[in-house]
Ligand binder design. Structure first.
Ligand code: RIB
Length: 297
């Protein structure tokens, strides 16, 4: 069975439930408040762990109780956190997340220690011996580039989740696959990508930039783009939508776990789409994920 290394962000998510998201200059009352594990890197590592696949996380937290609590929650979930360092001069990253009654969100992130992540010798050696490396864009660009370079040298497969969007052509070039949502795809390509037809039309442009791509389209599912063609993978409808925070991260984590176990990209995208749908049925990002299923190889 394979293993995954995630290099990425770790946040304490401060989640505020509201009936509806506030408008500009508006003050509204919260209907609830809670905290949980967040950050795209931590969420993706949690999602890998929820499939029962071995995963380690390279990231940073600040000194103090918040960082320790996050480290403990990740370890409890089965994530190897020995690559999570404590940055003495920065606070643990914090995301301020508003979630409305229909599960939609608005998120503002104070990066804190995520801006201090470094890739040391042990991080590089983890990447070299892993089956799959996963990166996103909530840690410094130089760290992502170094991690991807180490993976490329060692033949470790690279999953790049370009979230939030960042202009990083060298990183994107080794992605197999690149995972982007419709907004990130639009920014990457400089054209509007809203639906399956838009992705199909952009196939050549995507494959000029990366080895393979998966464009996630929310309730419309995902579209897999490879040299063999374009395939739409619908998402199963969730029974209820409680919180969409971290649904994209569940998708990425399960996709990476499937690849590490030797599944084909299409099977991985199907499992990832199912995981994304399931994740919205419960509150919270990483800490709210249920177990995710992968087919047998
Ligand atoms: O993708 C969702 C995540 O984005 C949240 O958990 C938040 O921490 C931000 O990083």
């Amino acid at each position: 069975m394979g293993d995954v290394v995630v290099v990425g962000s770790i946040n304490r998510d401060e989640v505020v439930s509201v009936e509806r998201l506030p408008g500009e200059g508006e003050t509204i009352a919260a209907t609830g408040r809670r905290e949980g594990v967040g950050g795209k890197g931590a969420n993706q590592a949690m999602a890998v762990a929820r499939t029962g696949t071995a995963v380690s996380l390279v990231g940073a937290v600040g000194p103090g109780a918040d960082g320790e609590a996050l480290r403990a929650a990740l370890a409890d979930a089965g994530v190897d956190v020995t690559g999570v360092t404590t940055s003495p001069d920065a606070e643990t990253g914090t995301a301020y997340v508003f979630v409305d009654a229909e599960g939609r969100n608005q998120i503002v992130v104070a990066m804190g220690a995520n801006a201090e992540v470094v890739l040391d010798g042990s991080g590089r050696s983890r990447i070299r011996s892993a089956d799959v490396l996963v990166v996103q864009s909530e840690v410094p660009e130089t760290v992502v580039a170094e991690a991807v370079g180490a993976a490329a040298d060692a033949g470790t497969r690279v999953v790049v989740n370009l979230a939030p969007y960042r202009d990083a052509p060298d990183v994107v070039a080794v992605a197999d696959p690149l995972v982007v949502n419709e907004h990130e795809a639009s920014e990457l390509l400089g054209r509007t990508v809203r639906d399956v037809d838009d992705v199909a039309d952009a196939r050549d442009a995507l494959l000029l930039r990366c080895r393979s791509a998966v464009v996630t389209l929310g309730a419309q599912g995902a579209v897999l783009v490879t040299a063999d063609g374009v395939r739409h993978v619908p998402s199963p409808a969730p029974r209820r939508v409680v919180d969409t925070t971290g649904a994209g991260d569940a998708f990425v984590g399960v996709l990476a776990a499937g690849l590490a176990r030797g599944l084909g990209l299409r099977e991985c995208v199907e499992a990832a789409a199912a995981a994304g749908s399931l994740s919205v049925e419960s509150p919270g990002a990483g800490s709210g994920y249920p177990s995710f299923a992968l087919p047998d190889r």
